[in-house]
Structures are given as C-alpha cells and as structure tokens.
Design a protein around this ligand. Structure first.
Ligand code: HEM
Length: 507
C-alpha cells in the first residue's frame, strides 16, 4: 500500500512544485515537460543539435527539464554574452552529479568547484603558475616530441609493404598524442615506451580513466530525479574503491617525483609545480590530486577530437588542404620540420585550426554553469539552482552573425580576425568569463601543431575507393563530440624519409 501511495504522491508534489515555479517565475519557453521526467524522453541523443532545433521553434533561449531540474539553453551570441560576461558571477557555480561529487571530493578540484574562495585560489594557481606563458614555453619540447612521435608512427604504418595505399584510422594516432602529452605535462610520466607499449603504471592509469567513465555513466537517469535515487543507490563501495585506486597510483608517482626532485631539482610538469607550490598556496593533497586528474579529464579528448574533425574537413576540402600545404612549403620548405615557433608565419594554418573549432567545438554545450542566485537572462527569470548551458555549436553556426556558416572556409578569419579565447561571443569553443578554459592556449598550440605536421608530412585522401561526400560528419552523443564514425584516410608521405624520425626528449 505504502509504495503505491508514494507513487501517486510524488507526481502530485512535482506538479504542484512545477506550477508554483511557473507562477512565481517567468521562465524561458520550451517543450512541454511531462510529470516527473520533464523533457528527458524528448531529448534526442545528440543534445546540442536537438536544442538548436528546439530553439528554431521556441526562440534563442529555451527551458528544458531534466526531471525536476530546470536547464536553460542559450543559442545566440547576445545571450551568450549575457550569461558569460554580464551575469557571469551569478552563473559561475557547477552542477555536480553524484559521481562528479565523489570524484572531486565535493568540488575540492577546479572543474567541479563552485565559485568561491577555494575556486578563486585554485584558478589563480592555474592561471599564474600552471598555464603561464613561461611554463607553456618550457613544456613545448614535450608537445613537439609527441607530435613527432605521431608522425613517425603514421609513417611506419603507412609505408609498411602490407599497408601501402591503405587507409588508417586517425583517432588511434591522435589519441596517443593527447594521452602522452597530457600525462607527461601533468604527471611528468610517459607511460608508453618507444615501441608503443604501455608500462604497468600506464595500464593502471588507463584502467582508472575507463572505470571513471563507467561509474559516471551508470547513474544518469536517477541523477535528474532526486526522489527516485533510492531506486538507484550510489554504489558507495565501487566509488570508494575507484577513489582509493586513483589515490594509490597518484601517491606512487608523487613519491617517485619527490625522490627525483631531491636528486635533480624540480621539473616543469604540473606535478612538480604543484608539490613545490603546495605550502605557498595552502593546497591540500585532495586538491593536488583533483587538479591533476582534472587535466586528464579536460585536456585529453578535447584536443584529439578537434584534430579529427579538422582533418575530416581538410579531406572533404582538398582546396583548403592544398593551400595549407603551399603555405607550409613556402615557409618551412622540405628540409626541416615545423615547430611552434613557426606559427606566427603560418596565418592560414592558424585560420584552419580556428575554423575547425568554430564548426566542431569538442564541447558543444561547454560545461553547464549553475545559478547561485535568481537571475534574469534575455528578460526571463532563471531561478537559483538552475543549470545554464551555452550552445556554442549553434552560436558558431548562426547565420545572423556568420556568412555561409556551414561552409568550411578558413579565409573568413583572414577577412576578420575573430578572437576565440572568450572575448568575442560569436566564437566560444573555450567558453568565456570566469570559467573560461584555462588550457585554451595549450589546446590551440597542440591542435595547430598536430594539423600542421599532419599536412606538412602527408597528403590525405578519403578511405580507399570512397568519395569525400561519404565521410560521415555526424557526432556521437555525449558531453564531448567525437565523430560518430571514426575518420579513416590514406596518408601519402611528402617529405624526405629522415624527417619522419623522432628524436626523443626528456623534460
Ligand atoms: C581544443 C582543446 C580544448 C577545448 C576546446 C576546451 C574547451 C573547454 C570548455 C568549453 C570548458 C568549459 C568552460 C566553462 O565552463 O565555461 C573548459 C574547461 C576546462 N578546461 Fe578546457 N578545452 C580544451 C583543452 C584543454 C586542455 C589541454 C586543458 C588542460 C590540460 C584544459 C583544462 C580545462 C579545465 C581545468 C577546465 C575547467 C575550468 C573551470 O571549471 O574553471 N582544457 N575547456
């Protein structure tokens, strides 16, 4: 009897609450929510496309109910500016799912921290110390080494007699650069040896990342309907084990670094930097561990995804591919390889990276921000506790502010130099305002370098026997937008064989 009564009671309470909010607040329009589940079952898997479609019917600011939580999505540059600049401070908190709360020890890190004294302190550590231009420059040899390793491995694979003229899947190579680069930069470790084999710590590292994703995904439905959570109890045990495993590995590496630092002095990677700065900034061990893993979460997939999309566009647009290669040939020539120092002489290459990030931002809805006060956006009320998403994918394709928005046309940025690091609200692949991506410059350098090397060293054509039109430009569902079908393409080397060799560096 009691459970049946509860089942009748909860929808009634939900309806009353919903009615109260509707009457008290003038919230943005949107599809009609169902009792209890809200719009959860109306949302199509690729959310940013779905929200952009809804915006066509309801206008550029819409309400979407994830169960009983109001989510507001804005889809144009003007509203993006209101969210990320004018009302930035009231909208700078984060919604932490139960798994995010567990992983981050309730926001002891940066990504999942609410805006407040802890956030301001840790953000300062990132801006002033970890991502300072000086440190980025000091870590450049690592980035260049990893890009060289990628070129070498593509060359080895595509020139093997059994592979001649065959296509390869790019994701594998791009993922390896992203993985090695971020683990070296954050943890000071290359877990992969020169034969491409993962060592024991590396295997553990990958297993922890995969397990984290699995645990995070397992709660999705109950996440949005708080009173249903008793039916989906958090597997406290699994989370505790996961946390302990992550801490064990991190501490093991920490001890190795402590010994190495005493012998040889501090290196430039984030681990040594954070341990050296621990007292100055009063950082707990939880915060150091949280920050290091934040870098893995935020910095690994984003760069690889961006380059995969860029390469898909370059294969679909041979004119653009050829134009980048002409620029590379005239600035770098065929006697040496490109370095990041060459970027300033390669304006078209930079435009290509920007155009790829415009059409295919790897986090198309950024990360949701949560309102820490009642606030007005676009004349509508956003009650405290609501989540606000900026559909940066839709903003960057808005025909009201972009000429031929769906065309991959890097020349648009030669005509008008549009900032992409948060100052121009038409182009926001890294977000803007207080929570703008702290790794933006690092991301841009890595993406530009990978595209530049891929095009300087190779010419790229579609998978054997297929046409450029057959490249599937659809996205996978998820917070980050992988290509639905991983890109396959045929590389043809275009430089002398000795320029494909990696000379490993240790930084
Ligand atoms: C192409 C590459 C990248 C793109 C497009 C990108 C994009 C973004 C976006 C959209 C956000 C959310 C901003 C917001 O909530 O308003 C973000 C946050 C963040 N990104 Fe990136 N990112 C990239 C690379 C990186 C890299 C390489 C790192 C670090 C190694 C990094 C570290 C972070 C961190 C720590 C945050 C959380 C900031 C906060 O909550 O205050 N990102 N990024």
């Amino acid at each position: 009897m009691a459970p049946a009564l509860l089942f009748l009671l909860f929808p009634a309470v939900f309806l009353l609450l919903h009615l109260y909010r509707r009457l008290r607040f003038r919230i943005p329009p949107g599809p009609r929510p169902w009792p209890v589940v809200g719009n959860l079952y109306d949302i199509k898997p690729v959310r940013f496309r779905c929200f952009a479609e809804w915006a066509q019917s309801y206008g550029p600011i819409i309400s979407v109910w994830f169960g009983s939580t109001l989510n507001v999505v804005v889809c144009n540059a003007e509203l993006a500016k209101e969210v990320l600049k004018e009302k930035d401070q009231q909208l700078a908190d984060r919604h932490r799912s139960r798994s995010a709360a567990k992983f981050s020890r309730d926001g002891q890190d940066l990504i999942w921290a609410d805006y407040g004294p802890h956030y301001v302190k840790v953000r300062k550590v990132c801006t002033v110390e970890l991502f300072s231009p000086k440190r980025l420059e000091a870590l450049r040899p690592i980035r260049e080494d990893e890009v060289a390793a990628m070129v070498e491995s593509i060359y080895t694979d595509c020139t093997a007699p059994e592979n001649l003229g065959k296509s390869l899947q790019l994701k594998k190579y791009l993922g390896a650069v992203a993985f090695n680069n971020i683990t070296r930069l954050a943890f000071g470790k290359r877990f992969v040896n020169s034969e491409g084999l993962l060592d024991k710590q590396g295997q553990e590292f990958k297993a922890i990342v995969a397990n984290g994703l699995k645990l995070g995904a397992s709660l999705a439905m109950a996440e949005h309907i708080p009173w249903l959570r008793w039916m989906f109890p958090l597997d406290e045990d699994a989370f505790a084990k996961h946390g302990a495993r992550r801490d064990r590995l991190t501490r093991e590496i920490m001890e190795e670094h402590t010994i190495a630092r005493q012998k040889n002095g501090a290196k430039q990677h984030f681990f040594d930097a954070l341990l050296t700065l621990q007292d100055q900034y009063d950082l707990t061990e939880d915060t150091i561990i949280g920050l290091l893993w934040d870098m893995i979460t935020a910095g690994m997939d984003t760069t690889a995804i961006s380059v995969e999309w860029a390469m898909a566009e370059l294969i679909k647009n041979p004119r653009v591919q050829k134009k980048v290669q002409d620029e590379l040939d005239s600035v770098i020539g065929h006697e040496r390889v490109m370095t990041e120092m060459d970027f300033s002489n390669l304006p078209y290459l930079q435009c290509v990276a920007k155009e790829a990030l415009r059409l295919h931002p790897p986090t198309p809805l950024m990360l949701p921000h949560r309102a820490n006060a009642n606030v007005k956006i676009g004349g509508y009320d956003i009650p405290k506790g609501s989540n606000v998403h900026v559909n940066v994918w839709a903003v960057a394709r808005d025909p009201k502010v972009w000429k031929n928005p769906l065309e991959f046309w890097p020349e648009r940025f030669l005509e008008e130099d549009v900032d992409m690091k948060g100052h121009d609200h038409r182009l926001l692949p890294f977000g803007a305002g207080r929570r703008v991506c702290p790794g933006a410059q690092l991301g841009i350098n890595l993406v530009t370098s990978m595209i530049g090397h891929l095009l300087h060293h190779f010419s790229w054509t579609p998978r054997n026997g297929s046409s450029t039109e057959e490249i599937d430009m659809g996205e996978n569902p998820g917070l980050v937008s992988y290509m639905r079908i991983p890109l396959e393409a045929v590389p043809t080397p275009r430089l002398m064989p000795q320029l494909y060799k990696r000379a490993a560096v240790d930084t």
